[in-house]
Write a protein that binds this ligand. Structure first.
Ligand code: M6R
Length: 602
């Protein structure tokens, strides 16, 4: 997702901003830009693609002496990744960089166009700089004009604004998107994440939602709800790698904790008040479509299986899910009334890409659910819905899975509305549950501690079975995959009702069964299946909102009134369990043996 940086001081501003942007590359971006005011003069440079393109563009430019600068890496949401859409956005004499989404930008844009303002980009951000200059034109001080601008914004933002009218000042505001300010002697820095300032500054203040203010050399004024606010900075880590992990032990752990906030990005502009919208889809995409085929590998395949339950149940459309490497060689029957959906975190998985090419050759329309824009699978597909999970570094996929499932759930409701298969009340229930998902994904300290303590009992044995029913069956498959990837212990996911058809023969005290027992879906059925295992002395770790006294161990999740909320919280539990077991076994959590993040070979 977008990255934002700012600097006030005497040092070479271009170098500082470019270096800081490079540190934010991991967030993912498709264009970048900088703006500098030094000696009262404004300069800006923008480029599509990598930061080295921006470096080339700005190669002849120097900005020594006192001044201010802002920079941005953009991950396209409104409008294509072009130079015109890249930040900073320019008014007549001011520049803005923004991370987040301004939900009421169309209203603001119309209002400004009516006043004769000309827009050059398709972004939601450009309105901010024009609105600021309009407010300034009423004769108020620049900070008052900035405040009035921020007061009009709805949605999520981290904003930095500079103007020739106040050439020594950076105006800043934060709501819903991350931003910190850091200081070193007289210099002031801004950034989306501390990796961008580690090594330059020693301490930082992490802004809270609703805070705004302005900064000059050696002076920062911070406000919240019109009231000046004192702030206390925290020491920054000295080690860059530690900073990239935001203090977590492993990237996987950081990514597990990030799931709550990235889910907001996944839903932004898509989950609306009473409907689901996908700007990226053509209205006619589903015309003539009578079935869906999903094709993917590994974790993405598990997300697909989950989606198939949702699509068939709520959108009433037949949906088959296939492992891409199997699909390629089975001579599948493909008919043009089938929509071919691929799911991929990397967008580069060779088997999925080849399956997609086969489907296209057979004349099928294609849609991909992917985390990496401009990846091979996105480029090859007719349509793409980006999951917006941000770069995933841990080889064991976590936040990519969560966001894939969310997109499939949203797509189900989008389609159910089109096909008129759900009434308004049911749609409202689904949308409400979606809005609660970020909350269900917050990792409670006590929950993590409990899993940590329990994990020491699960370091041996002759195998793990993760069991669940309905959508909790693919979650069981995913839980087992996570565990085997990073602990190297044998684990299988199984439909709970299927255990008695064979695997129950393995049951004894050394067979560990992780039972996914949601209250909102087939609780009594799975309870009976678990009791069958208990009768054979299997060791049971039950995950449920309700106490289950017969289990050997029990992890309590919050009570929720929707199965998807239970799904996401149980997903957290299985991810953290795998993480803690792997750490206890001394394994490399982020780079497990034999595995690669992007599998570009068959
Ligand atoms: O990038 P993709 O989603 O296409 O990758 C598919 C699988 O290789 C991937 O999900 C793999 O199973 C992960 N290591 C799971 O944690």
């Amino acid at each position: 997702m977008c990255g934002i940086v700012g600097y006030i001081g005497q040092k070479e501003k271009k170098e500082i901003i470019l270096d800081a942007l490079k540190e934010l590359e991991y967030r993912g971006y498709d264009s970048a830009g900088i703006a500098v005011i030094s000696d009262g003069k404004l300069n800006h440079f923008k480029a599509v693609g990598k930061i080295k393109n921006l470096e080339e563009k700005a190669s002849g430019f120097e900005s020594k002496g006192s001044g201010i600068a802002i920079g941005h890496t953009r991950w396209a949401t409104h409008g294509k990744p072009t130079e015109l859409n890249a930040h900073p956005h320019l008014g007549a004499f001011s520049y803005v960089v923004h991370n987040g989404i301004i939900e009421n930008y169309q209203e603001l844009r119309k209002e400004l166009i009516d006043k004769g303002i000309k827009f050059v980009s398709q972004t939601d951000t450009e309105s901010i700089v024009h609105l600021f200059e309009q407010n300034l034109a009423t004769g108020v001080e620049p900070f008052e004009a900035f405040k009035a601008t921020i007061n009009r914004l709805e949605g999520a933002y981290a904003v930095l604004l500079i103007t020739q009218v106040a050439p020594d000042t950076i105006f800043f505001a934060k709501n819903g998107s991350p931003m910190l300010l850091a200081r070193d002697d007289n210099d002031v820095y801004f950034a989306s994440s501390d990796t961008a300032v580690v090594g330059r500054a020693k301490e930082a203040y992490y802004l809270e939602d609703g805070e705004y203010g302005f900064a000059k050399t050696n002076s920062v004024k911070l406000y919240s709800k019109d009231t000046p606010k004192e702030f206390v900075t925290k020491p920054l880590p000295e080690d860059k790698t530690l900073a990239q992990k935001d203090g977590f032990r492993f990237f996987m752990e950081k990514e597990i904790y990030e799931q709550s906030s990235v889910m907001n990005d996944t839903m932004l502009g898509r989950v609306l008040e009473d409907t689901i919208e996908f700007e990226e889809l053509d209205k006619s995409l589903f015309d003539g479509i009578r079935a869906i085929k999903i094709c993917a590998c590994g974790t993405s395949y598990h997300a697909g299986l989950t989606g198939a339950y949702l699509l068939e149940r709520m959108a009433k459309i037949p949906c088959q899910v296939e492992i891409a490497s199997e699909f390629r060689y089975k001579e599948p029957l493909l008919t043009p009334d089938t929509l071919f959906i691929t799911i991929s975190q990397s967008g580069e998985t060779a088997d999925t890409l080849e399956a997609l090419k086969m489907a296209k050759r057979a004349g099928l329309k294609s849609l991909t659910i992917c985390n990496v824009d401009n990846s091979s699978i996105v480029r090859e597909s007719d349509y793409a819905i980006l999951t917006r999970a941000g770069i995933e570094k841990g080889v064991a996929s976590t936040k990519a899975f969560a966001t894939q499932v969310m997109v499939l759930w949203m797509l189900t409701i989008y389609l159910a509305q089109k096909r008129d298969t759900l009434d308004k009340e049911s749609i409202d229930t689904e949308l409400n549950a979606m809005r609660h998902t970020p909350k269900a994904l917050i990792v409670a300290r006590l929950l993590h501690e409990r899993i940590y303590r329990l994990s020491k009992r699960y370091l041996h044995g002759h195998g793990f079975f993760f069991i669940g029913r309905d959508i909790f069956y693919p979650l069981a498959l995913e839980g087992a995959l996570k565990l085997k990837e990073i602990s190297y212990l044998h684990a299988e996911g199984y439909p709970a009702g299927e255990m008695k058809h064979g695997p129950i023969a393995l049951a004894d005290a050394e067979l560990f069964t992780i039972a996914l027992m949601p209250k909102n879906m087939l609780y009594d059925k799975i309870k009976s299946n678990v009791e069958e295992l208990i009768a054979r002395d299997a060791t049971i770790l039950a995950i449920s909102p309700d106490t289950f006294g017969m289990a050997d161990d029990y992890i309590k999740i919050r009570h929720a009134d929707h199965p998807m909320l239970e799904f996401f919280e149980m997903m957290l539990v299985t991810q953290i369990l795998a993480l803690e077991i792997s750490i206890r076994l001394g394994n490399d959590v982020d780079m497990p043996r034999n595995l690669a993040k992007s599998v570009t070979v068959e």
